[in-house]
Design a protein around this ligand. Structure first.
Ligand SMILES: C[S@@+](CC[C@H](N)C(=O)[O-])C[C@H]1O[C@@H](n2cnc3c(N)ncnc32)[C@H](O)[C@@H]1O
Length: 211
């Protein structure tokens, strides 16, 4: 069982049910008819968008996450398509008005994250949005991970508790979302909804639009 399948096996909502307040505040929902929540977990963003009448799809490599998202959608009578997909081999088959990757790219080393982000950009329709949120290097989390890591597999990619966690620089994130900036938020020391997570995260959220 993967790290994330184990995480999602419990009955609690792991990352909460609320979408990121930043995205709710800044996404002009009016023009958004279709959405892809990539690495969407239990679907807090996809479900929010589906409730708003957006045709939302969720992909995630964790079967447990996909099943939980799909059953929540069924219970709420929402037509949300959720499927188990590994972003490492995923290729976009169509385009969407918004593509979301919330706290997902950290599961890859930097070169792979750059490659996945390029495919996520290809899935954004002209005039559509790309939303990335990531955890940043340079703060308390990086210091703590350097001390605790069993090994550092590549630059700023730490391996602990059976999964990879990469911390990015702001420049790396901007290069993965190089379009016109709609809004940006940088928060220091944000705590994870998972109470057992010991790290204060420096979080960068970018909403960009493809012109
Ligand atoms: C920190 S969680 C965030 C979930 C969700 N985006 C949210 O904001 O609540 C990271 C998610 O990335 C997914 N993930 C990790 N590696 C993946 C991969 N190779 N392909 C697809 N999803 C992956 C995990 O299963 C997990 O659901």
């Amino acid at each position: 069982m993967s790290f994330f399948d184990t995480l999602y096996a419990g009955s609690e909502s792991v990352y909460g049910e609320a979408p990121d307040a930043f995205l709710v505040q800044h996404l002009p929902l009016g023009g958004v008819r279709s959405a892809l929540d990539a690495g969407g977990g239990e679907g807090r963003h996809a479900l929010w968008l589906a409730r708003a009448g957006v045709a939302a799809e969720l992909i995630d490599s964790s079967e447990a996450a996909v099943e939980r998202c799909a059953s929540r959608a069924r219970e709420a009578g929402l037509a949300l398509h959720a499927s188990a997909v590994d972003l490492r081999s995923w290729e976009p088959q169509r385009s969407y008005d918004i593509v979301i990757a919330a706290i997902v790219l950290h599961a890859f080393k930097i070169a792979r994250a750059v490659d996945v982000a390029e495919r996520l950009r290809r899935a954004v329709a002209p005039g559509g949005y790309l939303y990335l949120s990531v955890h940043l290097a340079g703060g308390a989390e990086e210091r703590m991970r350097r001390e605790a890591a069993q090994e550092e597999r590549a630059e700023r990619s730490f391996f602990a508790h059976h999964h990879i966690k990469t911390l990015f620089t702001e420049e790396e994130v901007r290069a993965m979302a190089p379009w016109e900036l709609v809004a940006k938020e940088r928060v220091e020391g944000e705590r994870c909804p998972r109470p057992e997570c010991p790290y204060p995260h420096d979080v960068l959220r970018l909403l960009t639009v493809r012109r």
